[in-house]
Design a protein around this ligand. Structure first.
Ligand SMILES: [Zn+2]
Length: 500
């Protein structure tokens, strides 16, 4: 998703591809929220990556077995602990994932999942506010958290000797958070400022928000992860406390540890820490499926900006059955044919060739608890209109529908995907994210290696077939930025840097 820097607008979910593993700063790219993913557009690709063991064996279906060196245990309270041993450096990544994200919110309290994520860095019965971060820093580690449409996750990257302490701290805040009205009042202001900075002052983010809200009428993906400003203004500490009480329970969580560890030791530590917490039931989750879309939807956002911007989203299937599904893999390959490397069609034909687009991207998030969109976006060069860009983007998709993709393109996409996998395996954080993200959407980490096999099995005919089947106007939503003069922008000086 190299070219799609405008794409990943939900930094709240800080997609994998956006993680800078060296500094652990979250780069501010956009979205797959819709595509969710990315949490992952790239989420899918990312998912494939880290555990790809040996490309040489890749084409042998028998090689698609359970990833080596990974172990799972379920505690009596329902918490699952997944450990991947990687002894290349004396460090470890510790993550806790809660299967509760923005899609589980109700109208009127949008944004509460993310607000609670902020509140989790306040005090507990056993630790004062600020102590958590201090202990991590003193141990020589780094920590942060992110909220997506589908889940909320917390992590620390620490020298392995600090791992028992991290597990004790996470277990403590899973059960003992002290959520005070006073601290809530301060933190909700921080979150509102975060919304101003990342959405209200960011025209492209506004367009993404408008696209989601238009594409989905019934499904909760219509609401932004950060929440509507009015909901944030009306939110109370009780809303946050209710969220914590409803969803933060061992039975709705799993722990992922990757690093220089012995899995038996981690299981013992987990029993001593998380194992002491009592589990409770969860609120009923209603599916809230989106009714079938029966006509193109268009939405325009007017905001001060230099250039127009366009994003198009088609309703497409997500990955449900790793073994039986075929189309999600073909859609994933299609997105890489269009965007993601120098020879990809958008870069080659629209940016360099016709010079109509300043940037153009494609993204698809097969991994989602909710619904999937295939996204295409771009900024026209000066002198070209969004209508011209839209026509050019559509022409590229039509070419795939009419002529298919070449054997060389297909081979390049697969090489690209495998190279990304191998590269990502070098990062403990990427490996932990891959396991966690897969589990978040209800898939099993034991299938990680199968995903790459499936991508390798995609044929040119399958790519052409999905292009023909799904890229129709009746299931399309288009959102456009209509740039207004920049002098209309109210100058706003902010030194605010969101930490979470
Ligand atoms: Zn935040």
């Amino acid at each position: 998703m190299r070219n799609t820097k405008y794409f990943r607008n939900s930094f709240y979910q800080k997609p994998l591809a956006e993680l800078d593993y060296e500094n652990m700063t979250m780069k501010r790219r956009l979205f797959p929220a819709l595509a969710r993913t990315l949490l992952f557009g790239c989420l899918f690709a990312v998912s494939l990556a880290p555990t790809f063991a040996n490309p040489a064996h890749g084409s042998n279906p028998a090689a698609a077995s359970i990833p080596v060196g990974t172990f799972e245990q379920r505690l009596p309270n329902g918490l699952r602990v997944i450990v991947k041993e990687d002894h290349r450096a004396p460090t470890a990544v510790h993550m806790v994932w809660y299967r509760a994200g923005a899609m589980d919110e109700k109208d009127g309290t949008s944004g509460v999942a993310h607000v609670l994520e902020h509140m989790m860095f306040k005090g507990t019965k056993n630790h004062a506010t600020g102590e958590f971060n201090k202990i991590v820093a003193e141990a020589g580690g780094r920590d942060n958290a992110f909220t997506s449409l589908d889940y909320t996750a917390y992590f620390q990257i620490v020298p392995k000797r600090a791992l028992p302490q991290m597990m004790a701290l996470e277990a403590d805040r899973m059960a003992n958070l002290k959520l005070t009205a006073k601290e809530f009042e301060q933190e909700i202001k921080v979150v509102m400022e975060e919304r101003r900075l990342r959405t209200d002052d960011n025209p492209v983010a506004q367009v993404h928000e408008a696209l989601n809200a238009a594409a989905f009428r019934a499904h909760p993906y219509r609401r932004p992860i950060i929440g509507w400003m009015d909901d944030l203004e009306q939110m109370t500490d009780t809303d946050a406390r209710d969220w914590y009480r409803d969803w933060y329970t061992p039975g709705n969580a799993y722990v992922v540890v990757v690093g220089d560890v012995d899995h038996r030791e981690i299981f013992r530590l987990a029993e001593k820490t998380y194992g002491r917490i009592k589990s409770h039931g969860l609120p009923v989750r209603k599916p809230q499926n989106e009714p079938e879309q029966t006509g193109i939807k268009r939405v325009v956002v007017k905001a001060p900006a230099k250039l127009p911007y366009l994003i198009m989203g088609w309703k497409v299937p997500k990955l449900l059955d790793i073994d039986k599904d075929r189309e999600p893999y073909a859609l994933e390959v299609l997105s890489t044919v269009l965007d993601g490397h120098d020879a990809a069609r958008f870069a080659k034909n629209l940016v360099r060739g016709q010079k109509i687009a300043q940037s153009a991207g494609a993204g698809y998030g097969a991994m989602a608890r909710g619904e999937a969109l295939f996204l295409v976006d771009g900024k026209p060069v000066e002198g070209k209109t969004v209508a011209e860009l839209e026509a050019a983007l559509r022409a590229e998709i039509k070419r795939v529908q009419d002529e298919g993709v070449s054997v060389e393109e297909l081979a390049r996409v697969k090489t690209q995907t495998i190279a990304a996998q191998v590269y990502k395996r070098d990062s403990m954080m990427a490996q932990a994210m891959e396991i966690g993200a897969l589990e978040a959407v209800g898939q099993d980490w034991r299938n990680i290696d199968k995903l790459i096999e499936k991508i390798r099995g995609v044929t040119a005919e399958e790519v052409q077939a999905v292009a023909k089947k799904y890229f129709k106007d009746d299931t399309l939503t288009v959102a456009v930025l209509d740039p207004q003069p920049l002098d209309q922008a109210k100058p706003r000086r902010s030194t605010f840097t969101p930490r979470h």
